[in-house]
Design a protein around this ligand. Structure first.
Ligand code: ADP
Length: 175
């Protein structure tokens, strides 16, 4: 856990679909905003068919972009869908990954949300190495924290123990 101004940044091990205290969870989406593997599959399964219906007219999105929908059957009022870069294909991958976090937080601010939970975007099927991805993600959030007005809690939800350790270490180094 770290505090930057009055924004709490925390890393936990868990499942992104089981964060009932968060106003929004972030989807590591595909360009079509449809169910798939990994985070997108889990979110669409938990949210029900209504989520895909709401997503259809918003697609496709480009790497670095984000869109916001309702949470449907999830415990969260909102889902923010980000398309991360495919590592080695969508360049510059570090800037596109940072754009995901920036655009997601901007949408949360526009809706006046207080809390947002992120998965480690692009580190699964999209192949972004974990530690460099954690550096981009966490440094983007630390940089943005002073300008956030409504968002007070940013949570990283990591699936694996090593993923959690890397994020915690990088967060400590940055703050
Ligand atoms: P991408 O296509 O952007 O790489 P993935 O969904 O394949 O996205 O994976 C992103 C990261 O999220 C990976 O580190 C993966 O292990 C992790 N992950 C997968 N399912 C979940 C989940 N239900 N909750 C949190 N993290 C998850």
């Amino acid at each position: 856990m770290a505090k930057v101004g009055d924004v709490v940044i925390e890393c936990v091990r868990g499942d992104i679909t089981r964060q009932p205290d968060m106003d929004a969870i972030v989807n590591a989406a595909n360009a079509q905003l449809m169910p798939g593997g990994g985070v997108a599959g889990a979110i669409h399964r938990a949210a029900g068919r209504g989520l895909a219906e709401e997503c259809r007219p918003l697609a496709p999105i480009k790497p670095g972009e984000a869109v916001i929908t309702g949470g449907h059957d999830l415990p969260n009022p909102y889902v923010i869908h980000c398309l991360g870069p495919v590592y080695g294909r969508d360049e510059p991958s570090d800037r596109l990954l940072a754009d995901c976090y920036r655009n997601a937080l901007r949408l949360a601010e526009e809706k006046g949300l207080a809390s947002v939970a992120f998965p480690a975007i692009s580190t699964g099927a999209f192949g972004y190495p974990l530690e460099p991805a954690a550096r981009v993600a966490l440094s983007t959030i630390v940089e943005m924290a002073p300008e956030l007005k409504s968002v007070k809690t940013v949570r990283f939800v990591l699936f694996g123990e090593r993923d959690l350790e890397v994020h915690q270490r990088v967060l400590q180094e940055l703050t």
